[in-house]
Design a protein around this ligand. Sequence first.
Ligand code: UD1
Length: 373
Amino acid sequence: MRVVNIVGARPNFMKMAPLMREMRRHSTIAATLVHTGQHYDDAMAGQFFRDLDLPQPDISLEVGSGSHAHQTAEVMKRLEPVLTEIRPHVVVVVGDVNSTLAGTITAVKLGIPVAHVEAGLRSFDRSMPEEINRLLTDAISEFLFVTEESGRENLLREGVDSRKIHMVGNVMIDSLEQCRPLWERSDAAARLGLQRGGYGVVTLHRPSNVDDPAMLRGLVKALAEVGRRLPLVFPVHPRTRARLEAMEADAESLVRGGAHFIAPLGYLDFVGLVAGARLVLTDSGGLQEETTSLGVPCLTLREQTERPITVTQGTNRIVGTSPERIVTEAVRVLTEPSSSMSRPPLWDGRAAERIVAVLRDAWPVGVATARLD
Ligand code: UD1
């Protein structure tokens, strides 16, 4: 079975690493890794390949940054000849970034079935670029691998045939578990002079939070207030760095308030830092899942989540973007005894195994050749 696996941006790499590892265990699978180059800096991509032991891409499309249409179109243009040449039996895409959607449209238009890993998640906010990527990718994919029950419900509500939906767990947690011995050894907190349980971690990069100066100013004010009670570490995404530099004076108040601005971290240092944190404040999607799995309290600075299980079973609270509410909720976490949580079903480190088993069942050796070659 020929499989083309597509990655593009930082949150794709930890989802793909366990899938590549699992596929390479089977001699009947020829897995090709394509990196679109949506993220290209060493800090956003290269370091993740090394940390996750992800093989170097077989093919790099080097599309780089650009507007949504530009980036999506470039991936499609450069990927089409690759898929035409390899003629894979299936293309595997992960997550909800522009490369996910571009890979899906290109493959489906060539008549190649697509498997979407992390299907069915919905924020119901169509102003989020990722929501559009999720809706469109799911609408035309053949295999929909879901991480939580809400994913199945959303897809069924959208009229998807239930036979396409497979509840398999969460590949992001596969990486978290497979790399545990490595991130447990990370000294990222010690390098910053911080004690386990004695600091918070902040990440912000959603356009809705960082592209509007008034919004970003309010968030910075809230973080400065929280920083007076708990030192904060803020690995700054390139998009956010540019916006913060444009509002220098406000960002300085955050530093005075006790925040360490640092460059984006690699996977192992970042997970190591989060695992030792007292609190995480974020607008990331994946981090809501990682904190739930690690049992670290998480405040999500958005109005909604596409990952509701992290709230109902995990450590996540959706607190919105009002500075007063963020401070109140942070103080509550710091003063309350930690609440109990349970790990969501099938978030056990074996999702990639289940996904590859479904794909192998769909293309038993021999049949694949007869059907598609
Ligand atoms: C993208 C994804 C988002 C994901 C995020 C994780 C989409 C629509 N968005 O958003 O879902 O949560 O990645 O980081 O696919 N840049 C660099 N170096 C890089 C890459 C980007 O400096 O390696 C800078 C560029 O100035 C670029 C900006 O960051 O314009 C934003 O990058 P882009 O890929 O457009 O979107 P993200 O905000 O990273």
